[in-house]
Design a protein around this ligand. Structure first.
Ligand code: SF4
Length: 210
């Protein structure tokens, strides 16, 4: 639909609102809109937890996606991130320190997953993950949230490494060429200072089912 609209704009040599608005019109009358309309309240249904979510999902399937409510306002995902002190108080230090063991038969480490996703980017392109303030990452976030980006990113793009200019401290290092374009970081970052922009050259994952 985007390509058809761009083609139309190029053909008419007109990039005004009148022509570009056709993208929205095309979407509104497409199968994609009908499909998405059926699941418009899916995420909101899980606001009250897993079991309420399953109940709401069943109801939405019967009512064409409406359920008990329509367009229930929900907070952005980033507002649900728990601070480190609250997490440890609730779950306990031992649970916080628990780490997964990867055997690469049943559980795969992130870099193996990236390799299997067939992800490729031009190595010398500008980073498509733009961080607005590294100072927040290296200081405030470390204390308040424990740098959750290094955990929620499935592709090991974010790592906290030793800061050679400040011994004993860590700093954020990015490897954008690993990115599998899930956009979790843009959505979940509690400070909303990560901006995912489209990478150059059509790079990204290329899943082939192997
Ligand atoms: S978009 Fe996904 S894979 Fe890419 S850096 Fe963000 S969390 Fe990681």
């Amino acid at each position: 639909m985007a390509a058809e609209t761009i083609f139309e704009a190029l053909e008419k040599d007109d990039f005004g609102v009148g022509v570009l608005k056709r993208m929205q019109d095309r979407f509104e009358s497409s199968w994609a809109r009908d499909e998405l309309f059926q699941v418009r309240n899916f995420h909101a249904g899980f606001d009250g937890g897993l079991f309420m979510g399953m109940f709401h999902t069943g109801l939405q399937m019967i009512t064409g996606g409406r359920g008990f409510f329509d367009n229930k306002p929900v907070e952005p995902d980033s507002k649900h991130m728990m601070q480190l002190k609250d997490y440890i108080a609730r779950k306990g230090e031992e649970n916080f320190r628990r780490t997964l063991k990867f055997d690469n038969e049943y559980l795969f480490d992130k870099l193996t997953d990236v390799y299997r996703s067939g992800t490729k980017h031009e190595e010398d392109q500008p980073p498509h993950l733009v961080i607005a303030d590294y100072d927040i990452c290296n200081n405030r976030c470390t204390e308040e949230y424990g740098n959750p980006c290094q955990y929620f990113c499935p592709a090991q793009v974010y790592e906290m490494i030793e800061d050679e200019s400040h011994p004993g401290r860590k700093k954020l290092q990015l490897t954008p060429s690993n990115c599998v374009h899930c956009k979790t970081c843009d959505i979940a970052d509690p400070y909303q200072i990560i901006n995912w922009v489209v990478p150059e050259g059509g790079g990204g994952p290329n899943y082939t089912n192997c």
